[in-house]
Design a protein around this ligand. Structure first.
Ligand SMILES: *Cc1c(COP(=O)(O)O)cnc(C)c1O
Length: 386
C-alpha cells in the first residue's frame, strides 16, 4: 500500500459525516445503545464497539487504521503519550519472576519503568550494548520474556540488528519491543524484520507541530487486543478525540515535512563535519558512522536529529554556544517545526562537568522546518565564537 493512499484515502468514510473532507472530532464520552443485547455485546468486547471513549472512538479509529497500515501491522493503539506506549507494551508481556533484556541507555521513561517500577513486582532487567548480537544472547535467562530495543537511539544513534535480534527472540519464545520514534514509520518498518511490537512517540513526527503529546503502538491483532483489554483500558491510556484529530492533521504532511527535514539535516551534517570547533558528528546515515551499513539496510532515511561533540574544556563554553544560537531553542523533545538544541551537560551541575568525558561535551541538535541556510548561518556564527 502506497503511503499516499494510507495518509489521504485509507479509512476516510466521508458519507458517514456529511462528505466533509476533514473528519469530525467525535467529542463524546459515551455512545447510545438501542437494546440490552447490543449493550451486553459491547461489555463482552469493548474493542469492537463504540461504548465509551476511554476505549475506542471514531475519530481515533481513522488514525488507528492509517498508523497500523504505515507500520504494516495488523492493529494499532493510539495512546496519550509515547511513555504510555512503552508502559503498556512492556507490562502486557511480563509477570512476577520474569526478566527483561534491554538496550543500554534507553529512553528515560523506559529505564525508569525497568529500574523504579518493575523491581517492585519482581521483574529484573539486564542492560546490554545492543550494537552486538552476542550481547543479547549472553544476557538471556530462562525467564527472559521481553527484549526491549531502541534503534537508533536519539543521542548517539546506536543501532541493533533487528532481524538478528528478532530471530534470536523467536527461537526462545521472547517478545520483542522496539521504540521506533527516531525513524517514524516512513523511514523504518520494524515488523518487516520480525519485531513483535513497535512503538513511537507521536508527539514527534506524527504530530509534527509541537502541540500534542501522544504515542503509537502496533503489532498483531492478538497482542494489541490483550493490551487494549488490560493495560490500556485499565490505565485509561488512550488519546483523546481532539488530540487524535490533531495527529490526523499532522499525518497529512508527514512525508513532505520529513523530506525537507532530512535534506536539511544532511546539509547541516556536511557543514559541521569540517568545523574545527567540532570533534565528531554523530549521524546514522553519515558514511563515517560506525554502523552505517546496518543503518542503510534497516532505514530508508534519517531524520532531523544529529549530535556533535564540541572541542571545549569548560561548561560555560557550551552554555554560551547555546545562548549564541538565535534560531535554536533550548528545549526538550523534537519532531516539530522549530529547531532545537539539547546539550548533554544541561543535565549536570557545572562542577560535575568533566571535559575528558566526551559524553559531557555532546550537544544534540534538532533541525526543524526553517530554511537550511538560515540555520547554517546561525550555527556557523555560534561555532566561530567558540
Ligand atoms: C519523546 C520520546 C519518547 C516518549 O514519548 P512521549 O510522547 O514524550 O511520552 C519515547 N522514546 C523516544 C525515543 C522519544 O524521543
Amino acid at each position: 500500500m502506497h503511503y499516499s493512499h494510507i495518509i489521504n484515502e485509507l479509512a476516510e468514510d466521508r458519507e458517514r459525516y456529511f462528505n466533509a473532507v476533514s473528519p469530525p472530532i467525535v467529542q463524546t464520552s459515551n455512545f447510545v445503545f438501542n437494546d440490552f443485547a447490543s449493550l451486553r455485546a459491547a461489555f463482552d468486547d469493548e474493542m469492537s464497539t463504540y461504548l465509551y471513549s476511554r476505549g475506542v472512538n471514531p475519530t481515533v479509529d481513522i488514525l488507528r487504521q492509517k498508523l497500523a497500515a504505515l507500520d504494516e501491522a495488523e492493529d494499532c493503539l493510539v495512546l496519550n503519550s509515547g511513555a504510555s506506549a512503552i508502559f503498556c507494551a512492556v507490562m502486557s508481556n511480563v509477570q512476577a519472576g520474569d526478566h527483561i533484556v534491554s538496550v543500554h541507555k534507553p529512553y528515560t521513561w523506559a529505564w525508569k519503568l525497568f529500574d523504579n517500577i518493575l523491581p517492585r513486582y519482581n521483574v529484573a532487567t539486564t542492560y546490554v550494548d545492543g550494537t552486538m548480537i552476542e550481547n543479547f544472547e549472553a544476557a538471556l535467562q530462562p525467564n527472559t520474556k521481553v527484549i526491549y530495543l531502541e534503534s537508533p537511539n536519539t543521542l548517539t544513534f546506536d543501532l541493533q540488528d533487528l532481524e538478528a535480534v528478532a530471530q534470536l527472540a523467536k527461537s526462545r519464545g521472547i517478545v520483542t519491543v522496539i521504540d521506533n520514534s527516531y525513524c517514524s514509520p516512513l523511514f523504518q518498518k520494524p515488523h518487516r524484520f520480525g519485531i513483535d511490537l513497535c512503538l513511537q512517540s507521536a508527539t514527534k513526527y506524527i504530530g509534527g507541530h509541537s502541540d500534542t503529546v501522544a504515542g503509537v503502538l502496533t503489532g498483531s491483532k492478538a497482542m494489541i487486543k490483550q493490551i487494549f483489554d488490560r493495560e490500556a483500558l485499565n490505565t485509561g491510556a488512550f488519546v483523546s478525540p481532539f488530540n487524535g484529530w490533531l495527529l490526523l492533521r499532522g499525518l497529512r504532511t508527514l512525508p513532505v515535512r520529513l523530506r525537507h527535514i532530512s535534506e536539511s539535516t544532511q546539509k547541516v551534517v556536511a557543514f559541521l563535519k569540517n568545523h574545527p570547533a567540532i570533534e565528531r558528528v554523530y549521524f546514522p546515515l553519515d558514511p563515517d558512522f560506525p554502523q552505517y551499513e546496518l543503518a542503510k539496510k534497516q532505514m530508508t532515511g534519517a531524520c532531523g536529529l544529529l549530535t556533535i561533540a564540541l572541542n571545549v574544556t569548560r561548561y560555560e563554553q557550551i552554555e554560551q554556544f547555546a545562548k549564541n544560537l538565535k534560531h535554536f531553542l533550548l528545549a526538550v523533545s523534537w519532531g516539530g517545526h522549530e529547531s532545537l538544541i539539547m546539550p548533554k551537560c544541561a543535565g549536570l551541575r557545572p562542577d560535575q562537568f568533566d571535559p575528558t568525558d566526551r559524553e559531557h561535551r555532546l550537544v544534540r541538535l534538532y533541525i526543524g522546518l526553517e530554511e537550511v541556510e538560515y540555520l547554517m548561518e546561525d550555527l556557523g556564527r555560534a561555532l566561530d565564537k567558540l
